[in-house]
Design a protein around this ligand. Sequence first.
Ligand code: PLP
Length: 429
Amino acid sequence: MQDTRGGAIPSTGAEAFGEALLDRYGRYINPGWARLFRFVGLTSVEWEAEGAIVRDRAGKEYIDCSAGYAVMNMGHRHPRIVAAVEEQLGRLPQSLRLLLDEPVVELAELLARVTPGDLRCSFFCHSGTEAVEAALKLARAYTGKMHVISTHRGFHGKTLGSLAATGSDTYRSVLSPLLVGVSHVPFGDAEAIEAAITPETAAVILEPIQGEAGVIIPPDDYLPRVREICDDRGVLLILDEVQTGMGRTGRLFACEHQGVAPDLMTLAKALGGGVMPVGAVVGRAEIFEKVFDENPFLHTVTQGGSPLAAVAAKAAIEVCLEEDLPGQAAEKGAYLLNRLREMQARFPRVLADVRGRGLLIGLEMTKPGAGGLFVTEVFDRGLIVTPSLNKWDIMRISPPLVIPRDLLDRALEIIEETLEKVDQAIDDL
Ligand code: PLP
């Protein structure tokens, strides 16, 4: 094994190397995070990845069933996305913002073509939380109204504006008061949204499927009914597809399952193809026209939608379409869900519920302790799943959409072996 800077690290020293790196994380980045990772025994150091396989510094291989919290939908280092970024890197990675920038226009045109309804204009940034900030500002500036309705347990990011929309006290309590005028209603209940609308309401914001809350799928008539209510009451509908977009749930965007188009859609995570961080809010032209005609600089970020990010995102969308990643997600997701439901029937003391759409799947454990043991045990066996860090009883399975069937089968074997082990230990957890 080679050191990142060329020096050899004996493979027997990999654990000590990981421990030392975790110490430095704790010292220089985030002490609480380092403590948590040490507590659950996650000390492997990531090294390289391709497709749905990740290798650590010691050369151990893992099947990636997390895609880095639903970022690498196209697989790690998809050759076409890497090639697009390398080509741009060799010429002009960043825009001067005073000459015209072709890649960002090409990306915006493509987004206008592939997003539902009459979404046409895009604002680009780097992350999901920034995309939500931009959507909230657009909604306020367009309507002249300042109130927003969001949902309990919805997740929209952690900067101060988006955090106001996020419906979890875990992240909010020590920071309140946040943005005024944001109220939360139960997810899946369209009539609760209708009841919460006032003359001051600018927009409703929600995820088509709540991801961070543990893969919560609303009733099929929820989105169409919310769309109807927003239209009747003159309120904008913002759909946050940061996690569900880019093929993850079996359609390019999850709102397409119900044939609903929002007024503003937020994207990030997999939009950058797992190679570059990119966020976007895509909206109806009249919203952008009104807001930016009045003041073109009302909302800007210096480096958002850089040429590097734009070529990565354009290639990512093209890969999604040409390789039919939504179709792959639908087919592989249905297979996975069936097999996991069989396991739920065998291990009811461990698995309280199995749910999902496409390759966004939630495993709800009967106890947080079962979740903790599950995640470390699958990890030891070479499988990466995503725990909900604040809700250890719900694990997410969200592999790259390109994951081949043999790796899915191996992942299922590991999950089954692990469930057996957790089942034996369940009374003591
Ligand atoms: N919106 C949704 C639906 C998300 O799932 C997330 C992140 O998990 C965000 C927004 C925030 O995105 P980011 O972490 O890129 O800021």
